[in-house]
Design a protein around this ligand. Structure first.
Ligand SMILES: NC(=O)c1ccc[n+]([C@@H]2O[C@H](COP(=O)([O-])OP(=O)(O)OC[C@H]3O[C@@H](n4cnc5c(N)ncnc54)[C@H](O)[C@@H]3O)[C@@H](O)[C@H]2O)c1
Length: 398
């Protein structure tokens, strides 16, 4: 990340507008910090809240000029597309049910889009967004930020370079404890938080919050697609109506087998996203809570460690590592890698140039579509008592 192809090619930073992410939101600040970390975007406009007074005070708090603070996201998209100095990229970090509307409007106005996951709540919206991105040719980046970690990229590169041989087994878990307390049941009433409302949060709380991240991590590292699955999804905490766990056995398009386990009801666990991938020649293991370590266990040799910018680092991971070995990088930097890669694609599109091939692995609208399909396939299987169901796969060129 030493060079800045955005400045080199465009002569300035990209102009970014943010929708959502007002005070109190966890992910809003991450988006804004990720956007500016590598000097590739200026945040020029925002509609940070659906509540007008809060949108205004939050916009002031992050230093936006008065005339670029919007009280309505659709107005932001319209007004910014009419200004000669308007935002070229729209970043969406609102509750799940609004991703489609804002992303579609932004694409219709010719803006490139960076959107948080899950891409949409419904299959229809996911398919429509996929079609729209294909038709417009605009860039759509989905912030599956865990794929921005240098050691996740190292794992991907090692799979591709044959360190594992043929992938046979995949285990992924995303385990949290935030919803483990039986004395803290789901909120009820008219004014429930959006996550607990199936219309706003989507068909499954746990799958929308963390399941799609785990699914994408498998696909990102291995390049494999789930072709069949047998799943159970539900609530483990008594009295809970929303899903707080999901488990599935997976079959992949190369014959590999996998195990997927996600929950937010594991008492005391913080953010345990872990993956183990075993092939005919070795295994890699990564744990999000110690993200600078990737363990490689070859079939015929002692275990080895890979670290950001450490010995044995491959170009894809090196490009994602900012500082010398031994200096930890984490969540912010991984998130910034996604933003920075998207910037390269956006500027390449705008200038008719080629993006660095190592910048092209960021999650796209196709990954979003596959994530939404996976959520629905897991629910479908569980509703049929764990029956093995075929998943709708497909390639990015469909
Ligand atoms: N990538 C990740 O690791 C990650 C982590 C957490 C959340 N998320 C995703 O980010 C999104 C937001 O989650 P959150 O936890 O920050 O939610 P949140 O409820 O904490 O914050 C949502 C923010 O959006 C604002 N908002 C709501 N409706 C709006 C509208 N119509 N226009 C403008 N602003 C609006 C709210 O005022 C609030 O500031 C969700 O899609 C969620 O799945 C992603």
């Amino acid at each position: 990340m030493n060079q800045n192809p955005i400045i080199e090619k465009l002569g300035r930073r990209l102009r970014l507008a943010v929708i959502g992410g007002g005070s109190g939101s966890f992910i809003g600040a991450m988006h804004r910090q990720a956007a500016v970390l590598d000097g590739r975007y200026d945040i020029v406009a925002g509609a940070l809240s659906s509540r007008p007074e809060k949108a205004r005070s939050d916009g002031r708090r992050i230093g936006l000029p008065e005339d670029r603070i919007y009280e309505d996201a659709m107005k932001l998209i319209r007004s910014e597309s009419e200004r000669p100095d308007g935002a070229e990229v729209i970043a969406i970090m609102t509750p799940n049910d609004s991703h489609f509307q804002y992303a579609a409007a932004a694409l219709d106005s010719g803006r490139d889009v960076i959107c948080d996951k899950p891409m949409t709540n419904t299959m229809e919206d996911a398919e429509a967004l996929y079609k729209k991105v294909r038709e417009t040719g605009l860039v759509f980046c989905l912030t599956h930020n865990y794929s921005g970690y240098p050691m996740v990229r190292q794992a991907r590169a090692m799979v591709r370079d044959g360190f594992l041989g043929s992938v046979r087994l995949i285990q992924v878990e995303y385990v949290q404890g935030g919803k483990a307390d039986e004395n803290d049941p789901d909120p009820t009433g008219h004014d429930i938080p959006w996550r607990y409302d199936p219309v706003r949060g989507g068909p499954s709380l746990v799958m929308g919050d963390i399941g799609t991240h785990a699914h994408h991590l498998i696909r990102y590292i291995t390049g494999l697609e789930v072709t069949e699955l047998s799943a159970e999804i539900g609530a483990i905490v008594p009295g809970r109506k929303t899903h707080d766990f999901a488990g599935a056995l997976l079959r992949f398009d190369n014959g590999a087998r996998g195990c997927f386990w996600v929950t937010q009801a594991a008492a005391g666990v913080e953010n345990s996203l872990r993956i183990r991938i075993s092939g005919t020649a070795g295994t890699v293991e990564w744990d999000q809570e110690i993200p600078q370590r990737l363990e490689y266990k070859p079939l015929a040799g002692p275990s080895e460690l890979r670290t950001p910018n450490g010995p044995g680092i491959l170009p894809l991971a090196k490009r994602a590592s900012r500082i010398v070995a031994g200096h930890p990088e984490g969540f912010h930097e991984a998130f910034a890698n996604i933003y920075s890669d998207a910037a390269e694609a956006i500027v390449a599109r705008r200038t008719g140039t080629e993006a660095d091939v190592l910048s092209t692995t960021f999650p796209t609208v196709f990954d979003g579509l596959m994530g939404v399909r996976f959520v629905h396939d897991v629910i479908r299987s569980s509703e049929e008592a764990g029956r093995w169901v075929s998943c709708v796969t497909g390639t990015a060129k469909d």
